[in-house]
Write a protein that binds this ligand. Structure first.
Ligand SMILES: [Zn+2]
Length: 187
């Protein structure tokens, strides 16, 4: 089994991905309240120390854990990487609209770093090499350019979508229902 389990807290908030080892540990420690989803995975291990019977754990693809995710964790910012940025922007240059599937996109700082701009979600966009060369350290006003779409900060659920490339259908459905309407994340 290569996929991961999606952990949900008791309020229904999807908190994180669990490897199968972590999922079994949570189950064995009694931290799983219940599981649901379309997929079920059974793991057999060595024999149970008390009963002598082979130990067997069956887990659903979405696991509801006891307790509630802390507020600070819920609001944690997704770290800004080029991969995450390009997926947010659907691999499209924010200035000319060209879509780059060859991954030669660059991270453009809308207000350049040299002009006081910050390296953060609201000041960056995907940019093709040609536009990047033309833009240099200029401001959009100085070029008469406009953004084709607005930057935004991805939420926690979008971060979970980014972290796992083998998301199961039921997990995907749950996460997609929780990402904001303006999200441009490619699935
Ligand atoms: Zn461009």
């Amino acid at each position: 089994m290569n996929g991961l389990f999606l952990a949900i807290d008791s309020t229904g908030f999807p908190s994180r991905w669990l490897s199968w080892q972590e999922a079994i540990t949570q189950e064995v420690l009694g931290k799983v309240s219940y599981g649901f989803g379309d997929h079920e995975f059974t793991f057999t291990g060595g024999s149970n120390r008390d009963t002598g019977l082979p130990s067997k754990v069956t887990l659903k693809s979405i696991l509801v854990l006891h307790g509630r995710t802390r507020g600070s964790y819920r609001n944690a910012t997704i770290s800004l990487s080029n991969e995450a940025l390009f997926r947010r922007d659907r691999y499209m240059c924010a200035y000319c609209g060209s879509v780059d599937s060859r991954h030669s996109l660059t991270r453009d700082h809308i207000v350049p770093l040299s002009r006081g701009g910050k390296d953060q979600w609201l000041n960056v966009c995907a940019c093709c090499p040609a536009c990047n060369a033309k833009k240099g350290a200029k401001l959009l006003d100085e070029l008469g350019w406009e953004l084709l779409y607005l930057p935004y900060k991805p939420n926690h659920q979008e971060g979970l979508l980014l972290q796992n490339r083998r998301i199961l259908g039921d997990q995907m459905e749950l996460l997609k229902a929780m990402i904001p309407k303006h999200s441009r994340f490619t699935m």
